[in-house]
Structure formats: structure tokens, C-alpha cells
Design a protein around this ligand. Structure first.
Ligand code: SF4
Ligand code: MG
Length: 285
């Protein structure tokens, strides 16, 4: 861990091609701030991203990074963490990437509880492919492929994580910079799988779930009597579809990460002499 890292150290030289005003800028800034404030440095951090506008983040941040295939960032992140438990792993994706094609990986990554962070830029639309309904789009959200709306209730990602025995379930708003960074920071510090669903508006294709909508709707749990360690309290808020909460919905105090409960403490990058050759021989036979 490094003590004098600034969040700008996590910025790469690449110029983001996100549309001006896209929520992903704020989401990324908060991630960089959270990493710096938890004492990580770019050379101790691995960012794995999927496909979509959100998937570009690994290019814009300075760290080890891998831009994976659609919906498959989480298993890659899990592999990185298990191969080198000392590295800070942050997986990023979008609502299409994470809750549609990647939904299976999401549920199993949550229940495995590996010590890593998953940040989802939830703009309730497919942005990169120019505005189709995503798993979190509203039932009546009209798009070119859903002219009368999807006519299905949106996926509730918090409930999915809760049902899969998630140990840290939170939600934030990308433009509420300080609060968003604080929440991601807590996810990074959590011993286990830290999941943050981030309202990250798409200013180009979603004219319903806008900055104004979220500003007017969000209820910050820090201003309520919510106790994130109270299972029943968390359950009732997570299953409340009418309220856009910001904050930590649920945190299991006794969470034990997979690495600890399964004794994965060896650094597999430290491969003993001869092992790779033996392994190659097996493949050749
Ligand atoms: Fe952001 Fe939407 Fe533009 Fe994609 S299309 S960069 S999500 S504003
Ligand atoms: Mg999306």
C-alpha cells in the first residue's frame, strides 16, 4: 500500500471518448479517488472491464487492466485476484453487460465473496449500441427496439445481489462526487465482494433517467435511520422498487472473503521451478 498517491495518478493519458456530460466521468473519478484514499497505487491495482461505454474505463485509468468480452469481466477479475491475492481488483461494467449477458457471472461472483470491488455504471440503457432497452430500463421506456417499452419489470440488481447472499450491497449517484467516492471506498475496504450499483446517466439516449430525475428522487440512507448491518431493514429497502436509494443498503459485518475461507493465500505468480514445463508436457501428451 502506498501512502502518498493522488487520485489523478490513476488517470491515463488517453482522452475519453464518452459524450460530454456522460455519467461515466463521475463514476470513474470516484473510483480513482476511492482507490487513492484506500492507499492503493496504480501498480497495485487491476481494473477489469466488460463491453459497452463503461468498458472503456480500463483505457482511461492507469493501472493493470484488461478489457474483456461482453459480460465476462467478473470471472476474469476473480482469476486475477486468486492468482495474486495482494493486488486490488476492481471490476467495472454497465447494466447491459452485468445484468443481461453477465447476469449468471454476477450472481455467482456475489455468492463466492472474493475480496474485490464491482462497480456497475447503471444508465438503464444500452448506450454504445445507440439506445436499446437494457435489463434496468423502465417497463414503459420507448426505444427503437421497444416502441411500446419493454413491458417487463426492470431487474433489481440490489435484490439479485441480496438473494445471492451478497455481503456488501450499495448504490450511489455518479454526480454526487464526494458521496459516490465514499461509498466506493467502503466497498474497496470491505472484506469480500463489494458491489456498488451507480446511477450514471446516459445524456445521449436516456431522456427519462436523467440527472434531474435522480437529483429529485434520491433518498440518501445517511439521512435516514437505516442500519446497513440490519438484515431485515436492508431487505425491506432493497425490495422497495419505488425508492432510489443512495448509500450502503447491506453490509455483513462478519464477512469472510473466499480467499480466507478457502486458504487461497499463496501468490500464484510465484511459480515454483519446473511447474510450467510440467504443465506444458501434460498438454502436449
Ligand atoms: Fe455515456 Fe450514453 Fe454517450 Fe455512452 S452514449 S458515452 S453512456 S452519454
Ligand atoms: Mg447501460
Amino acid at each position: 500500500m502506498s501512502s502518498n498517491v493522488r487520485f489523478t495518478d490513476f488517470k491515463s493519458d488517453a482522452q475519453p471518448t464518452w459524450c460530454p456530460g456522460c455519467g461515466d466521468f463521475g463514476t470513474m473519478n470516484g473510483m480513482m479517488k476511492a482507490l487513492a484514499e484506500t492507499g492503493n497505487s496504480p501498480d497495485e491495482t487491476f481494473v477489469v472491464a466488460g463491453i459497452g461505454c463503461s468498458g472503456k474505463i480500463g483505457t482511461y485509468m492507469r493501472s493493470y487492466a484488461l478489457h474483456g468480452v461482453h459480460g465476462r469481466a467478473l470471472p476474469v477479475g476473480a482469476g486475477v485476484k486468486l492468482a495474486n491475492p495482494d493486488i486490488e481488483v476492481m471490476v467495472a461494467g454497465g447494466d447491459g453487460d452485468g445484468y443481461s449477458i453477465g447476469a449468471g457471472h454476477f450472481v455467482h461472483a456475489v455468492r463466492r465473496n472474493i475480496d474485490m470491488t464491482y462497480v456497475v455504471m447503471d444508465n438503464r440503457i444500452y448506450g454504445l449500441t445507440k439506445g436499446q432497452a437494457s435489463p434496468t430500463s423502465r417497463e414503459d421506456f420507448e426505444t427503437s427496439t421497444t416502441p411500446e417499452g419493454p413491458q417487463q419489470p426492470p431487474v433489481n440488481p440490489l435484490a439479485l445481489a441480496f438473494a445471492a447472499s451478497g455481503t456488501f450491497i450499495a448504490q450511489s449517484f455518479s454526480t454526487d462526487a464526494q458521496r459516490h467516492a465514499e461509498i466506493v471506498k467502503e466497498a474497496v475496504e470491505h472484506d469480500g465482494f463489494g458491489f456498488v450499483n451507480v446511477f450514471s446517466p446516459c445524456v445521449t439516449f436516456n431522456d427519462v433517467d436523467t440527472y434531474d430525475y435522480f437529483r429529485d428522487s434520491i433518498v440518501d440512507l445517511a439521512e435516514t435511520d437505516h442500519d446497513p448491518t440490519d438484515y431485515e431493514d436492508a431487505r425491506s429497502r432493497i425490495l422497495d422498487p419505488g425508492t432510489e436509494y443512495q448509500g450502503i443498503l447491506y453490509r455483513e459485518e462478519d464477512s469472510v472473503p473466499y480467499e480466507e475461507s478457502h486458504g487461497v493465500d499463496a501468490d500464484m505468480t510465484d511459480i515454483p521451478d519446473g511447474a510450467p514445463e510440467d504443465a506444458t508436457d501434460l498438454v502436449r501428451e
